[in-house]
Write a protein that binds this ligand. Structure first.
Ligand code: AMP
Length: 190
């Protein structure tokens, strides 16, 4: 089983690189952000709750997101592994992931930290907002999301270093160069 955590600030390219990883390694993809956006679109109760947090650039409470993760994981059959995109975002979520995988006789194979300078993140997110119309890609919400990232999510870097799974990836430059660095790291743990 190849279980990859793709990590990085908003705008670091997690979604783009995840698609390439899925195509190459044939594993399943869980993007908690995509799951939440689908719930909002579907007008579900969970979607209504999620929207309040997403529009404010805040994280959805851990219990809700951990429940979503476990359900999505159980929906995969005969899986070769999973790429976790946008999850975990807090230390309790990382602990929950470790537990959920251990209960299934598995573990995280590698955590890829896509490292991108802050100015580049802002530029990319503003551009994405103009192109895709994603409601939380406006300058005010982006700033809040970056603060949330630094306070609540970045501590996971040390957590995964201690867990022996951390891999730094230079997340800017040519898309193909970034992907090549990712593949080199993944092939070592495959
Ligand atoms: P993303 O598409 O991964 O950038 O996620 C968009 C928004 O969904 C985030 O800003 C959060 O409000 C929410 N979200 C996505 N994943 C998580 C998570 N693992 N924990 C808490 N909130 C999340």
């Amino acid at each position: 089983m190849l279980n990859i955590v793709i990590f990085g600030a908003p705008g670091s390219g997690k979604g783009t690189q995840s698609e390439k990883i899925v195509a190459k390694y044939g594993i399943n993809h869980i993007s908690t952000g995509d799951v939440l956006r689908a719930e909002i679109k579907g007008g579900t109760e969970l979607g209504k709750i999620a929207k309040g947090y997403i529009d404010q650039g805040q994280l959805i409470p851990d219990e809700l997101i951990i429940d979503i993760l476990a359900k999505t994981l159980d929906s995969f059959q005969e899986s070769k592994g999973v790429i976790f995109d946008g999850f975990p975002r807090t230390i309790p979520q990382a602990e929950a992931l470790k537990k959920v995988l251990a209960e299934r006789g598995q573990e995280v194979s590698i955590m890829l930290d896509l490292d991108v300078p802050e100015e580049e993140l802002m530029t990319r997110l503003i551009k994405r907002g103009q192109e895709s119309g994603r409601a939380d890609d406006n300058e005010e919400t982006i700033k809040k999301r970056l603060v949330v990232y630094h306070n609540q999510t970045a501590p996971l870097i040390d957590w995964y270093k201690q867990d022996g799974k951390y891999q730094h990836i230079k997340g800017f430059g040519l898309l193909e160069d970034i992907f090549a660095e990712i593949c080199e790291a993944v092939d070592k743990v495959k």
